[in-house]
Write a protein that binds this ligand. Structure first.
Ligand SMILES: Cc1cc2nc3c(=O)[nH]c(=O)nc-3n(C[C@H](O)[C@H](O)[C@H](O)COP(=O)(O)OP(=O)(O)OC[C@H]3O[C@@H](n4cnc5c(N)ncnc54)[C@H](O)[C@@H]3O)c2cc1C
Length: 432
């Protein structure tokens, strides 16, 4: 039997810890037969399973999740969502592609919203605007070029000066910022729980079920999916494990696993919470290696920062770094501790394009959401199911997203990553 492992989720997810306990679905056991097996119950896998059921009702669909719903990276993220994924500081010539990307993105976003409405859960989704802020001169240049882009392309927006940000989020740490009106925040553990717990009945979800190996059987007509306790024969298998697909031998030369970290402060009393500005906000950094901050439940802050290549960081280093990110921004709240600290993974590709489609007859995958997988994973999972059931090759989607580039093998890959991140960290400076 193979040895595929889950990403290292060593600390419990803080978003999940804020919710009442949820009883996980049972583990898969014994010998089973299904038409479809989806591996991974994140945004990608759940959207794929649901869409398979919508297009091919009555067929058996099994979803195998190695962890528990609420403990995977789909719950571990910062909860930013946008129906408009393209960059803002674009030239006019880049706009047609950006508009096509945004149209796909809107489809993923609308699919999520339709499921939420039908399932009667809102995951605290709120139209908060999408705010990017800069703490350095370089970051401020970026904000200015985003501002010009927003003006040129007619996006509803507001430029924020230091004092506007101080009033809005309670700190004068940032020099300036830009608020694009179209942007949303949600509680990620609530969202992924809602999506999993509202799956239609013919879809069976198994939790704590790590797939160890997937092998062709019956001369390639079917696939054997092996877990700790089950052996499942399936006609069609979908990998929705994000970068963990590399452990099954696929796309190793195109995907990188990145660990990134988040923390929630302890709940603050009303005097401390008075320093937090408006009731609802989230701020993205002007540099890609920077720190994300958001207000949560009126009396907490979330900070997200740090990137580690392929392996998790030591817990003490994470605690120390995230405490620094929080205290630099809110020195008046130094006495407030970080109550929950956790890490999660995302999958990066060199050029930002996802890896998507058929690997072999009956074997499909989608991976590489490059850090914005809530909406993109949903879209790509949904469209993968459409390709499988209808046979439509999804050329428009494939041409707009492109295909992930080849990445140099080891040791050049690790050297390259460390070199680029050292240079970028210097540039990011106080955005971290
Ligand atoms: C700290 C942090 C902050 C982030 N912030 C944002 C944000 O604000 N907005 C945004 O859009 N994105 C954000 N992301 C990225 C986002 O979380 C991912 O892009 C998203 O989770 C990808 O969804 P997915 O379903 O493709 O993969 P995942 O969510 O990783 O789901 C894959 C699932 O497969 C399971 N799995 C893996 N291997 C196996 C196996 N062998 N057997 C069975 N199951 C297996 C895993 O347990 C996991 O649940 C963030 C990520 C992190 C870590």
């Amino acid at each position: 039997m193979g040895h595929a492992q889950l990403p290292d989720y060593r600390d419990p997810c803080g978003w999940n810890a804020l919710l009442p306990k949820r009883l996980p679905r049972p583990q898969a056991m014994g010998v089973m037969r299904a038409k479809y097996v989806v591996i991974g119950a994140g945004y990608t896998g759940l959207a794929a399973a649901r869409r398979l059921h919508e297009l091919d009702p009555g067929q058996s669909i099994l979803v195998l999740e190695g962890s528990e719903i609420g403990e995977g990276s789909s719950a571990r993220n910062s909860g930013f969502m946008t129906p408009r994924d393209s960059k803002i500081d674009l030239s006019l010539s880049e706009m047609p592609r950006a508009e096509r990307i945004n149209a796909f993105c809107e489809e993923g976003f609308d699919y999520l919203k339709t499921i939420m409405t039908a399932g009667g859960f809102d995951a605290d989704l709120i139209r908060s605007g999408r705010v990017t802020a800069a703490a350095t001169d370089l970051g401020s240049q970026k904000i200015r070029s985003m501002h010009e882009g927003a003006q040129a392309h007619g996006f509803a927006h507001h430029y924020l000066k230091r004092e506007d940000l101080k009033a809005f989020i309670g700190t004068d740490y940032y020099q300036c910022g830009l608020r694009i009106e179209e942007g949303y925040l949600m509680q990620p553990a609530k969202l992924i729980r809602g999506l999993a717990d509202s799956l239609p009945d013919p879809i069976t979800l198994y939790e704590n079920t790590i797939v160890r190996e997937v092998q062709p059987s019956d001369r390639g007509a079917t696939w054997q999916v092996m877990t700790q306790e089950a052996n499942i024969t399936a006609d069609i298998v979908i990998f929705a494990t994000n970068a963990a697909i590399k452990q099954f031998g696929h796309w190793r030369d195109r995907l990188v696993t990145i660990y990134t970290y988040a923390a929630l402060t302890a709940a603050m009393d009303s005097r401390d919470a008075a320093h937090l500005g408006d009731p609802v906000w989230g701020v993205l950094p002007a540099h890609r290696l920077g720190t994300t901050v958001r207000r949560v439940d009126h009396n907490r802050l979330m900070v997200r920062s740090l990137y580690a290549y392929e392996k998790p960081l030591a817990p003490q280093a994470v605690q120390h770094a995230l405490t620094g990110c929080f205290e630099r921004r809110y020195p008046m709240l130094k006495h407030v501790s970080l109550e929950h600290v956790w890490g999660g993974t995302t999958a990066l590709t060199m050029n930002g394009s996802p890896l998507w489609g058929a690997i072999k007859q009956g074997l499909y995958a989608s991976a590489g959401c490059n850090g914005s997988g809530v909406v993109k994973g949903t879209l790509l999972g949904k469209r993968l199911a459409e390709m499988i059931v209808t046979g439509d090759p999804q050329e428009a989607l494939q041409s707009v997203y492109g295909r992930a580039n080849w990445i140099a093998p080891e040791p050049f890959r690790t050297l390259g990553f460390h070199l680029v991140s050292a240079i970028e960290r210097r540039k990011a400076d106080l955005e971290m």
